[in-house]
Design a protein around this ligand. Structure first.
Ligand code: ADP
Length: 258
C-alpha cells in the first residue's frame, strides 16, 4: 500500500490525494467482486458438470447391466462431460496464471513458423482446412511462444467449431505491430452478443454450445494473453456470414507501455 503523508499539503493537494485514494479503493472493491463472481461462476460450471456425471453414473448403476442403449448413452455422456471438465480445469488454471501476469517469458518468436506448427497440429486432429495467407518471410516478434501458440489454437479451434468451410489465417506486418486475422465463413455471432463473448463462461446458446463441447473460457483466455502482450483483440461478425477475429501484437518490447 501507498503511504500517504498529509503534512504540509494544501487543500487542493489533499483533495487530489483523497480522490486518488477513493479511486484505488473502488478498483480494489471491483476486483474483489470480480474475483467473487469468478469463483462462483467456476463452481457453478463444475458443479453442473459433476451433477450430469452423477446422474448418468446412477443410470448406469441401476439399468446399465440390462439395457444396452442406456449403457451406451451413459458411458458416452460421462466420457464427454469428464473431458469437458478436464479442459475447463486446465483453462481455469491458464486463466489464473495469465491474469496474475506471472510467468511471462519474452523470447523471439517466428510467427510464420508458429502458425505452421499450429496448423499442423489441427491437421492431425481433423481434415478441415486452415489456409495461411502471409506475404512476409520474416515475422519475428518478442513474445511468449507457448502463449502465442495457445492463442492461435483457441481462435482457430473456434473458427473450425462454428463453421464448415475452410478457415483463413491472415498474417501481416505493419511498422510496430503484427496483425492476425482469423476468418471463418460460419454461423457468425448475433449483433448484440459480440460485446459479451469475452466474458468468462459466456456462450451464445447453451444447447448449441454443449453440442460443440465448449466452455465459454476460450475467448477470455485469448483476451488475457493478448493483454499480457500489450496487444489488442476485437471481433467483427455477421450472423450467418462468418466471423473475423483481429489480433494486433506489438513486435518489440520497447514499445510496450510497461
Ligand atoms: P467456447 O468454448 O464456448 O467456444 P469461447 O469463449 O471461445 O467459448 O467463445 C464464447 C462464445 O462465442 C462461443 O460459445 C460461441 O457461441 C461464440 N463464438 C466464438 N467464436 C466464434 C466463431 N468463430 N463463430 C461463431 N461464434 C463464435
Amino acid at each position: 500500500f501507498m503511504k500517504i503523508s498529509y503534512k504540509g499539503k494544501n487543500r487542493d493537494e489533499l483533495y487530489e490525494m483523497t480522490e486518488t485514494f477513493n479511486r484505488m479503493m473502488e478498483r480494489l472493491e471491483e476486483s474483489f467482486w470480480n474475483q467473487q463472481q469468478f469463483v462462483s461462476d467456476a463452481s457453478h460450471e463444475l458443479n453442473t458438470t459433476l451433477m450430469i456425471i452423477e446422474g448418468y453414473s446412477n443410470m448406469l448403476r441401476r439399468w446399465g447391466a440390462h439395457d444396452k442403449k442406456v449403457q451406451e448413452e451413459a458411458v458416452k455422456s460421462i466420457y464427454e462431460e469428464t473431458k469437458r471438465m478436464r479442459i475447463m480445469t486446465q483453462q481455469l488454471l491458464n486463466l489464473a496464471s495469465s491474469q496474475q501476469g506471472g510467468q511471462f517469458t519474452p523470447e523471439s518468436v517466428n510467427l510464420i513458423q508458429t502458425c505452421k506448427l499450429v496448423i499442423a497440429h489441427f491437421s492431425q486432429l481433423s481434415t478441415r482446412k486452415i489456409i495461411l495467407h502471409s506475404k512476409e518471410k520474416d515475422n519475428v516478434i518478442q513474445a511468449d511462444h507457448s502463449k502465442i501458440k495457445q492463442l492461435l489454437i483457441i481462435l482457430l479451434d473456434n473458427a473450425l467449431k462454428y463453421s464448415t468451410a475452410p478457415v483463413e489465417l491472415h498474417l501481416t506486418k505493419q511498422e510496430e505491430y503484427v496483425q492476425f486475422i482469423i476468418k471463418d465463413y460460419g454461423i457468425g455471432i448475433p449483433q448484440g452478443e459480440v460485446k459479451h463473448v469475452f466474458e468468462r463462461f459466456y456462450r451464445i446458446d447453451s444447447s448449441r454450445h454443449r453440442k460443440t463441447g465448449g466452455t465459454g473460457l476460450g475467448l477470455p483466455i485469448a483476451k488475457s494473453i493478448v493483454e499480457e502482450h500489450h496487444g489488442e483483440i476485437r471481433i467483427e461478425s455477421h450472423e450467418g456470414a462468418g466471423t473475423e477475429v483481429i489480433v494486433k501484437l506489438p513486435t518489440a518490447l520497447s514499445i510496450r507501455n510497461t
